[in-house]
Structures are given as C-alpha cells and as structure tokens.
Design a protein around this ligand. Structure first.
Ligand SMILES: NC(=O)c1ccc[n+]([C@@H]2O[C@H](COP(=O)([O-])OP(=O)(O)OC[C@H]3O[C@@H](n4cnc5c(N)ncnc54)[C@H](O)[C@@H]3O)[C@@H](O)[C@H]2O)c1
Length: 246
C-alpha cells in the first residue's frame, strides 16, 4: 500500500475525479477527510470506502468559504492527528466565448478554481510546515496549457494553478513540502458529459492514445505524486492526457 498511514484531504470528492481519487487513496491505505458541496454524493463515496474497510470522514465544505476551509483542516487534524496530503480537486466550468462571457461567470470560476486552491492550501500550509512534511496536489488542465474555445475563465484558472504550484514548490520545499499539479486531458466525468459529443470525439481523435481519459487515470497520477515514491518530485505538472499536449 503506497499511502499507508497517510492522512489526506480531497476537495470536490463527491463525484468524478475527486471520487476516484478518494477511492484510490483509501485502497492505498490513506485515511481521508473528503469535502464537497454535495452531501448525498459525499455520503455515497464515504459508504463505499467504509464498506471496503477504509477510514473516512465527510464534511460539507465550499472551497470559496475561508471559514469552512479552516474548519476542514482543523477537523482532519483533530480526527486523525496530522495532515500529510491535500488534493485541491474541486473545480467548475461556466463557459462562454470572450464576447459573451458575463462578469458573474468569470467571478464564479475564478473563485472556485483559483481562490479555492489558494484558500485550502493556505489553511493547510502551517500544519504541514510545523510537521516538516506535506504534499499539495493541484488540479490544472490541458486547457490551462493550450487554451480552449469558450473557456477564457477556466483556462485562466488552470494556468494560474500552475503558477501557484511552482511558486509554492519554491517557497515550501525547504520545509519538506512538495507541491505538484496534474493536468488532465479530456476525462469522462459529469463535468465533460455536458460537452457536445462531436467535441469529445474530436478530443479523442486528437490524442495519440485515441481515447478519452477515465477518472481512475487521474486518480493513479495523484496517488503516485502523493506517495513517497515521488519524494524528489516538486513543482511538476504531470500531464494525464493521452498525449494531447507534449
Ligand atoms: N473532467 C475533465 O476532463 C477534467 C480535465 C482537466 C481538469 N479537470 C479538473 O479536475 C477537477 C475535477 O473535475 P471533474 O471532471 O471530476 O468535475 P465534476 O464536475 O465531475 O466534479 C467536481 C466536484 O467538485 C464539487 N465542487 C464544485 N464546486 C465546489 C466548491 N465550491 N467547493 C467544494 N466542492 C465543489 C462538485 O460538487 C463535484 O462533486 C476539476 O478541478 C476540473 O477542473 C477535469
């Protein structure tokens, strides 16, 4: 088990990539606090983990709410005694081309995908600094690297996440804290199921591996980066995209 004895927080763990990551981390021996804005989804994931013998607590947490985020970190430490891994997975889309995008769409996506990552990492960092170890993993995207039609706001956040990842890797490395990002390609989750079929087909055909990704493909990358096998890796952006960007 790669994550035996590790304590992890995963945000947006109710479905999609966050859910797959929670299941994978539990299977690898981690004890989890899983957060999401959707309680019933969270309970379903928690039950699946508990039924398989894993240890998990749930918390309704909106990553844009700094008070809730502080309480999330406090709860993980209170229940499990420490915090080894934070996976900043929660993210949303609110698409529109530049000439149509509203200020509300812009603000909403920036608030969750960019400020949410800042909020959670800032809440966790002092615990990790005092421990002298920790891993922060951030959800970027191929869209942050090469842009995407209709995703001004989303692309800005996912590129911003890379900037924060590299900055924190430089700042916090001396305290034993590693910070990395994962940049998934097009992964079949409720988020992408909203996209038109022809666009998904196009993305599939663009990838040298000729398929869309699964949530488990991304969860496996998070598990590796969270584990001690990645102990000399920090400031990296790991593409999990079937080769779309190289
Ligand atoms: N699916 C893809 O193709 C893809 C590609 C690249 C990057 N990503 C990124 O991976 C992450 C997960 O994506 P997904 O496809 O699983 O999405 P998803 O929409 O299936 O799941 C996102 C989860 O985050 C939760 N969430 C939303 N806002 C929240 C908030 N404010 N606070 C806490 N939780 C919140 C949702 O309730 C949901 O459970 C996102 O950051 C996304 O941008 C996804």
């Amino acid at each position: 088990m790669r994550l035996k004895g590790k304590i992890a927080i995963i945000t947006g763990a109710g479905r999609g990539i966050g859910k797959a990551t929670a299941l994978k981390f539990a299977k690898e021996g981690a004890k989890l606090l899983i957060g999401d804005v959707n309680d019933s989804d969270l309970e379903t994931v928690a039950k699946e983990i508990a039924d398989a013998g894993g240890e998990v607590v749930t918390m309704n947490v909106d990553v844009t709410n700094r008070q809730q985020v502080r309480e999330m970190v406090e709860k993980a430490v209170e229940v499990f005694g420490k915090l080894d891994i934070l996976v900043n997975n929660a993210g949303i889309t609110a698409d529109g081309q530049l000439h149509k995008l509203t200020e509300e769409q812009w603000d909403k996506v920036i608030d969750v995908n960019l400020k949410g990552v800042f909020n959670c990492s800032q809440a966790a960092i002092n615990v990790m600094r005092e421990q002298g170890n920790g891993v922060i993993l951030n959800a970027s995207s191929v869209v942050g690297i090469y842009g995407n039609f209709g995703q001004t706001n989303y692309a800005a956040t996912k590129w911003g996440v890379i900037g924060m990842t590299k900055t924190w890797a430089k700042e916090q490395g001396r305290k034993g804290i590693r910070v990395n990002a994962v940049a998934p390609g097009f992964i079949l989750t409720p988020m992408t199921k909203k996209m038109p079929e022809n666009v998904l087909d196009m993305m599939k055909n663009k990838a040298p591996l000729q398929r869309l990704g699964t949530p488990e493909d991304v969860a496996n990358a998070y598990a590796f980066l969270a584990s001690d096998e990645a102990s000399f890796i920090t400031g990296a952006v790991l593409s999990v995209d079937g080769g779309i960007v190289m």
